[in-house]
Design a protein around this ligand. Structure first.
Ligand code: IVH
Length: 666
């Protein structure tokens, strides 16, 4: 076989493997094998520039050449769809269609994908152009970027596709990719994307296609506007397109009755939350293209299709009052109390306002009509005020000056957004908050005990701090209201068991400011007993990796306070672990000190969690995503291809489990 023949063979094979992996979700070769073939192709292509093919599978990796996009006119204008928000409006649409057609018809029900729309042109089975919607008449030529999206075929398979045709669809960023991207951006302190739609369209418009390739976009195709298609049915044509290699949603259904349409809508209204990509509604299309032509278009949209939008993720409601919550650290959080409003399936009554600056930037007034949104977070937030409906003479919301719980004057430290109540010793929510933190799962993990019981104990004067828990007797507890003997015993047993919780978690449970779980582990490793920690100087502390001045100062401040020292002594007397056990200390090394390690793939010899623990035991850090700072990747079977791509681009070593184990052995 000549090298040219080999290039053609590799291109064919790689297109097929790409289809198996990204469309069918059923790879037939390993990622390593795929990469080997791809590298072979890239090498041969470099040797034979005369045999260049703009649709070679190798273009998927993108190029870092930057260029402005060319504007292209659409063959068929990209219209939008009429929106409806209720079953009644859907029924109106159905009636209109029924009356105009005056014959039997089918409605194709589809998910409305919430990304950015794209028009793809194929000539002789090859992708030749990809254009964004733009203003509907002309859009940006983003062909190079689109070619990096693995679920868009560069070369079609099967037969029966028209010589030249257009297919449209939606480019999407899957939720997981979106969340990961935002996590990375947060670390780099870059502005976050508000939703996967913005992230997808932002990515598609990047000037550097190699950057696009690294962002793992996906695409569903849902419409072919031409008149040279195999079938009269839209649904049937899309099934055909699936055979040509396009990614077509498996969730399309043909409906004949209004009831079937409603069933589809109602099913997906909740079920969509389990999809890997964002959807914002349902699209209903008259299935027959002949009937579509009969129905025609208005100036803006087809008469043969509509969108039904799921309940808005944003709601407008009245701000009734602002209350303030005091946390265990004394931080005071303002909370907006709202007139109850429906928002993505739940009734919202409260939203966090975060801090005084947020209130000021919203210029919030009492009685304002405010927009509430549920982002990725569970707690809804206020994103804006409808100034037009502000009641005349309404009072501006100003931050309180005194603690709503204990009346102490609030302080605001320099460089901090929050206000604090500094009355640590007698402000009730601070006391209860500290105890709740102490017993929480990741800290002392005291079974049978929750915030309500803590509150009950506190109200009854049985506890004033977490050390008091260790003096409780079952006979005292079961005297409380709604408390049986059995639960009382459970609580006492849970408390007893917590005496075995390792020192590093005790350290976390103390609730020293800025000493979270990870920092507590670091501190415990550097100072293997609480006595050593108590006598550490600022200098000792800041010398520990990842402990900065802020954390160090906070630890010093904690032990400087007589009350905290007494508290720690009482915990020690109760029998808690105040030093790293022999067992824990043995086997610890610093062989991975300073290393950031990404774990990827499936392993044969240990579980992923075991590897995580091993990395930590040897002083390394397990991180979630690959960056320039990653020291190496601990890779098992089936490491994702995009991770591999990224690792190669950044020149990051990939180490298998045997080599890793050898590395920490000795
Ligand atoms: S069909 C002429 N089907 O929704 C009809 N559109 O306002 C062409 N969309 O811009 C569109 N999922 O970006 C169609 N299954 C689907 C869709 C869909 C999402 C988007 C598309 C369009 C907008 C309609």
């Amino acid at each position: 076989m000549t090298e040219i023949e080999r290039i053609d063979q590799l291109r064919k094979e790689l297109h097929a493997h790409n289809y198996n992996y990204y469309i069918l979700n059923a790879p037939v070769i390993s990622d390593q094998e795929f990469d080997r073939l791809m590298r072979e192709l890239q090498d041969l292509e470099a040797k034979h520039p005369e045999h260049y093919d703009e649709n070679s599978p190798s273009v998927r990796v993108g190029s870092d050449i930057s260029k402005e996009f060319r504007q292209v006119e659409h063959r068929y204008p990209m219209l939008s769809l009429g929106n409806t928000y209720s079953e009644a409006e859907v029924a109106d649409f159905y009636e209109r269609v029924r009356k105009s057609l005056n014959e039997d018809f089918e409605i194709c029900c589809e998910l409305k994908f919430d990304g950015t729309s794209i028009s793809l042109i194929y000539e002789e089975g090859k992708l030749v152009q990809a254009v964004t919607r733009g203003d509907g008449v002309r859009g940006d030529d983003v062909t190079d970027n689109v070619k990096t999206i693995h679920s868009i075929p560069l070369v079609l398979q099967g037969s029966g596709y028209p010589d030249s045709f257009e297919i449209r669809g939606e480019i999407l960023m899957p939720w997981k990719v979106f969340e990961e991207l935002n996590r990375e951006r947060e670390l780099r302190e870059e502005p976050l994307f508000a939703n996967p739609r913005n992230a997808a369209s932002g990515t598609l418009k990047l000037q550097n296609s190699a950057a696009v390739a690294s962002r793992k976009l996906d695409a569903f195709l849902y419409y072919m506007p031409g008149d040279n298609l195999p079938h009269d049915g839209h649904y049937e044509n899309l099934q055909e397109a699936a055979k040509w290699g396009f990614k077509i949603s498996k969730h399309m259904r043909k409906a004949r009755t209004l009831q079937e349409i409603f069933d589809f809508i109602n099913y997906w209204d909740t079920e969509r939350k389990n999809l890997p990509v964002a959807t914002d509604g349902i699209v209903l299309k008259v299935n027959s293209r002949r009937q579509q032509r009969n129905l025609g278009y208005t100036a803006k949209s087809p008469r043969w299709a509509i969108a039904y939008k799921f309940q808005a993720e944003r709601a407008l409601t009245r701000l009734e009052k602002v209350t303030y919550q005091v946390g265990r650290t004394g931080a005071v959080t303002p909370v907006a109390n709202l007139a109850p409003v429906q928002l993505s399936g739940t009734v919202v009554r409260r939203a966090s306002l975060h801090n005084a600056d947020i209130i000021a930037s919203l210029d919030l007034h009492m009685g304002d009509m405010v927009y509430v949104e549920k982002g990725g977070e569970i707690i809804p937030k206020i994103t804006g005020v409808d100034l037009a409906s502000r009641p005349a003479g309404s009072e501006k919301v100003t931050f309180i000056t005194h603690c709503p719980e204990c009346g102490s004057k609030l302080v605001r430290y320099e460089d901090e957004a929050a206000h604090y109540c500094t009355n640590e010793s007698t402000c009730p929510p601070q006391i209860k908050g500290r105890i709740e933190h102490f017993i929480s799962r990741r800290a002392m993990n005291i079974e049978g005990l929750g915030p309500e019981t803590v509150d009950q104990f506190y109200q009854e004067g049985m506890i004033r701090d977490a050390a008091d828990l260790y003096t409780l007797r079952a006979s005292d507890i079961c005297r409380l209201e709604r408390m049986g003997e059995k639960s009382a015993e459970n609580i006492v047993n849970g408390i007893e068991k917590s005496k075995q919780v390792p020192y590093e978690r005790v350290l976390f449970a103390l609730g020293i400011r800025f000493v979270g779980e990870t920092v507590a582990k670091k501190v415990a490793r550097a100072f293997p007993s609480i006595d050593k920690l108590e006598s550490a100087t600022l200098d000792d502390l800041v010398h520990v990796d990842e402990i900065g001045e802020k954390i160090a100062q906070s630890i010093l401040r904690y032990f400087h306070d007589e009350r905290n020292r007494t508290f720690v002594t009482r915990l020690r007397e109760a029998g808690l672990q105040m030093e790293t056990s022999e067992e824990d200390q043995s086997g610890r090394t610093d062989r991975l000190q300073g290393k950031s390690i990404v774990i990827s793939g499936v392993f044969a010899r240990h579980s992923r969690d075991d590897y995580k623990a091993l990395i930590e035991r040897h002083g390394g850090k397990n991180v979630g995503s690959i960056s320039k700072k990653t020291s190496f990747i601990l890779a098992g079977e089936n490491m994702g291809p995009s991770k591999l791509e990224k690792a190669e681009k950044l020149n990051i070593p990939i180490i298998n489990e045997d080599d890793f184990l050898a590395m920490i052995e000795e």
